[in-house]
Design a protein around this ligand. Structure first.
Ligand SMILES: [Zn+2]
Length: 269
């Protein structure tokens, strides 16, 4: 028995995209496109604010380490050594902060980004040319973006031969898509951050569904096959998670979500 029996059935109402995003549910490629077709808040941090933010990172990390002292020790780590190492990074100031649009990186992705309705206006890129600092602060990833800074950070030492490296170009696309998502959330971004932190999921989130699907869309337009895209993600996850036994399950789980994104993107006309 259903309550519409006997009468005309109303068209199923689709939940508004941003409500779905705020619940941290994955968006479909079509929903990502629709979201980007709408204007964002256009509020971006200045280069000065970003410099302050970057300089505050070691102390934020130290605070976290202090709070988890006991757990770190229980897992065989040395919190004092980790804190001392982080304290050293306070001296680092080599942040090159520029408008993405003005850098040598943008031309490689400009046509694609603009085709997606994503404007580079206001987006800043922080290039760091110090592999040692990068590894200690950001680990194995080659690019980063954060919901707080709404900016892209890249390991400059690994951003070479960009004309031949579509894999690198695609990570730039990924991060720009993140910043565009934060911009579309506008005043609701803090509410999203709360939900995201509560859920504590990586690829299985609204945020990453937007970034990865845009990245795969770029690779598809660039001429990569579906199999190449899957292989690329396998390599990336292996590097990010390492080969320890306990990492295998994580990698499998994340790869399943990423393969789902790849399938959805390649199924689109
Ligand atoms: Zn991401």
């Amino acid at each position: 028995m259903n309550r519409f029996e006997g009468g005309p059935r109303p068209a199923a109402e689709k939940p508004p995209i941003m409500d779905k995003a705020l619940r941290n549910e994955k968006l479909t490629p079509q929903e990502v496109r629709t979201m980007f077709s709408r204007p964002g808040a256009g509020e971006w941090p200045t280069a000065e604010q970003l410099r302050d933010y970057m300089c505050s990172l070691p102390d934020r990390e130290i605070k976290g380490l202090e709070e988890h002292r006991q757990e770190i020790t229980e897992h065989g780590g040395n919190p004092d050594a980790a804190i001392a190492e982080m304290a050293e990074l306070r001296k680092f100031e080599g942040f090159e902060i520029n408008d993405l649009e003005q850098t040598e990186y943008y031309p490689f992705i400009a046509k694609f980004m603009e085709g997606q309705g994503i404007s580079p206006k206001g987006v800043k890129i922080i290039a760091i040319d110090n592999p040692e600092y990068w590894k200690k602060m950001f680990g194995s990833n080659i690019t980063k973006s954060s919901m707080e800074s709404k900016a892209i950070t890249i390991d400059k030492s690994r951003f070479k031969d960009l004309d031949k490296r579509q894999d690198l170009q695609s990570w730039l696309v990924h991060e720009v898509a993140h910043t565009a998502f934060y911009d579309r959330l506008g005043a609701k971004l803090p509410a999203y951050v709360k939900q995201y932190e509560k859920d504590n999921r990586y690829t299985d989130s609204a945020n990453e569904s937007v970034a990865y699907q845009t990245q795969f869309e770029f690779l598809k337009k660039t001429g990569w096959s579906k199999e190449q895209a899957v292989g690329f993600m396998e390599e990336y996850l292996d590097e990010a998670y390492g080969s320890a036994d306990e990492a295998t399950e994580e990698v499998k789980k994340e790869l399943k979500t990423l393969t789902g994104f790849i399938d959805a993107v390649y199924a689109q006309k």
